[in-house]
Design a protein around this ligand. Structure first.
Ligand code: ZN
Length: 375
């Protein structure tokens, strides 16, 4: 593939620089948050899905997004709730969440709010428009097309001696685990800690501490304030991410290879299962399943159904691949030989919730772990 020259055509969503590189082209993809009714025929509209790495501030970002967000709210996975408790405990341990502090949360449209856990600890929710001692952005700001305006809004809302807690799925994890299908319309930014340090510095904030979690294969929680001094943890995480190449277009471009390899392997695997007379169904009609199945060219002929616990997705199908969505009960009743799981974090909870799958002789296979050795 010849790299198109994007010089002068892309402007960074944060620093407005046009100096940067295309690092991932996931091809033409449907809007991953629009699940048509099974009665609505395809083909669905598709749009370019591409990632650009800014050479100015280092922010990895979505180049273009002609889609309109319209996501049926999914079920909040147990893994997120556990993560919220752990993160809040860590931040309280670092002395950043004292009872009585006023808190405001910019949450994710996907759920997983921390507010309940914070109220249990005696923090007070901010009144409308009130400045807060603690501003939380929990996988929220990535949904803002204008990253500079979004960060400015958060900083304006922060009390003079307040702390901004910013949690994000790390670009390091995306590169390290080949998670090319984290890229999706509606998700405008893919943060690394070094890029965030630069972004925060431009609005007068300095990270003071940071924590890493295993959620999504690597999630970072950064605490930043005015006049802060970075601790050892911040320095360690920044160095670790730089070593993986979060600011290096060549390292980021390995996502392109991961994209082809995962899609090819998934297709090979599912086709081989079918040829061997084994039924393969999917689990989790998440945005990343949409891009992967579409890219792999897998439709209902190879994978008749994909299960999801979200009631909002009942009676609907995936865009692009047109695979109908069924409930977990229907998945169990179908007694599949193989269930391809598209969200690795869900493995412990789906095995626990649906022991019948394995009791009936079936097995779970994690899509993201397919690198040519599965099957
Ligand atoms: Zn930039």
């Amino acid at each position: 593939m010849t790299e198109p020259d994007l010089t002068g055509t892309v402007s960074c969503r944060f620093c407005r620089s046009s100096d940067g590189e295309l690092v991932l082209d996931a091809g033409l993809q449907p809007a991953s948050d629009l699940f048509p009714l099974v009665t609505e025929p395809g083909p669905d509209p598709v749009h370019p899905l591409r990632m650009w790495l800014c050479g100015g501030c280092g922010l990895a970002q979505l180049i273009e997004d002609p889609t309109v967000p319209e996501e049926p709210r999914g079920k909040e996975p147990d893994a997120w709730i556990e993560q919220a408790k752990e993160a809040v405990a860590d931040m309280a341990g670092a002395g950043l969440l004292a009872p009585g502090k006023v808190v405001f949360e910019y949450g994710s449209p996907h759920g997983g709010d921390w507010m309940d856990v914070l109220l249990e600890r005696g923090l007070t929710p901010a009144a409308s428009g009130q400045q807060a001692d603690v501003i939380i952005d929990n996988i929220g700001m990535m949904h803002d097309a204008d990253q500079a305006a979004a960060l400015r809004e958060r900083v304006d809302r922060l009390a003079p001696d307040g702390v901004l807690l910013f949690q994000f799925h790390s670009f390091r994890a995306i590169i390290e685990h080949g998670q090319w299908n984290a890229l999706r319309h509606g998700h405008y930014a893919y943060y690394s800690t070094p890029a965030l340090v630069t972004m925060l510095a431009s609005v007068g904030l300095t990270p003071v501490t940071a924590f890493r979690y295993s959620l999504y294969g690597g999630t970072v929680l950064l605490a930043a304030r005015r006049g802060g001094v970075p601790d050892e943890a911040v320095a360690r995480i920044v160095e670790g991410e730089k070593a993986v190449g979060v600011l290096d277009p060549a390292a980021a471009r390995t996502l392109q290879e991961a994209c082809s390899a995962t899609a090819d392997e998934l297709h090979r695997f599912v086709a081989a299962e079918k040829a061997a007379g084994r039924t393969t169904l999917g689990y989790s009609a998440a945005s990343r399943s949409v891009a992967l199945l579409n890219r792999a060219g897998i439709g209902p002929g190879l994978m008749s159904h994909i299960a999801d616990a979200a009631e909002a997705k009942a009676g609907r199908r995936l865009p692009g691949s047109e695979i109908p969505i069924i409930s977990p009960d229907e998945l169990v009743a179908a007694k599949p030989d193989t269930v391809v799981l598209f969200v690795p974090d869900l493995l412990p909870e789906v095995r626990k919730a649906m022991p019948e799958i394995e009791a009936n002789g079936g097995r779970w296979v994690v899509a993201e772990e397919m690198t040519g050795s599965a099957g």
